[in-house]
Design a protein around this ligand. Structure first.
Ligand code: AP5
Ligand code: MG
Length: 182
């Protein structure tokens, strides 16, 4: 069973790569950003709360996110999962470790997708999601550096994270990832 996490800066290509991997390996693609955006579209309680936070580029609380991910992981009925956009804080990484233990997932692999900040900003401005404006992108990067980078160290200490160059053709990057997780 594939137990994957894709980690990296906003706009580095996590969603693009996770979707391809999920199709090729028959995995559940668990994108916390996508779950929140769907809730926002539906206008439910979570969505209303999340929309404002996402439009600022801040983070939704750890408790809410941990609950969402735990529920999703309990329901896996494919050949595994790929987590995209979670964990995003050290507290989320610690909570996830407990969830993995509880659910018996022991063979976790983390992909660290890397691209230069200027390349990413160009990509995001071109895409134009509601959080893809200059001000929000700047805050998403600030939050990434301040709150999310400790997650990389957390995985590095366990020796389960692999760096992958996220610049180039999408399919080429995908092949490299698939090779790296074999
Ligand atoms: P989330 O949806 O996770 O956004 P993000 O991390 O900012 O990342 P993006 O989805 O923008 O980028 P990506 O890395 O997926 O790249 P993509 O493939 O789209 O989170 C959004 C918000 O939700 C957060 O700010 C927060 O508020 C909240 N949230 C989510 N998870 C949370 C959590 N765990 N805790 C708390 N809050 C949470 O690619 C980007 C663009 O580049 C696309 O247009 C794509 O087509 C293009 N592209 C991709 N690959 C390439 C390539 N190789 N070459 C050229 N272009 C490329
Ligand atoms: Mg994404």
């Amino acid at each position: 069973m594939h137990q994957l996490i894709i980690y990296g800066a906003p706009g580095v290509g996590k969603g693009t790569q996770a979707e391809l991997i999920a199709i090729k390996l028959n995995l559940e693609h668990i994108s916390t950003g996508a779950i929140l955006r769907k809730s926002a579209e539906e206008g439910n309680e979570l969505g209303l709360l999340a929309k404002e936070i996402m439009d600022r580029g801040d983070l939704v609380t750890d408790d809410i996110m941990n609950g969402i991910v735990k529920d999703s992981l309990k329901k896996i009925n494919k050949d595994g999962f790929i987590l995209d956009g979670y964990p995003r804080t050290l507290a989320q990484a610690e909570a996830l470790s407990e969830i993995f233990t509880e659910l018996g997932f022991k063979d976790i692999k983390v992909i660290n997708l890397i691209a230069d900040e200027n390349e990413i900003i160009t990509r995001l401005l071109k895409r134009g999601r509601s959080d893809d404006n200059k001000e929000t992108i700047a805050n998403r990067f600030k939050v990434y550096v301040e709150s999310t980078s400790p997650v990389k160290e957390f995985f590095a200490k366990q020796n389960i994270i692999k760096d992958i160059n996220g610049v180039g053709e999408i399919e080429d990057i995908n092949k490299i990832i698939l090779e790296a997780i074999k």
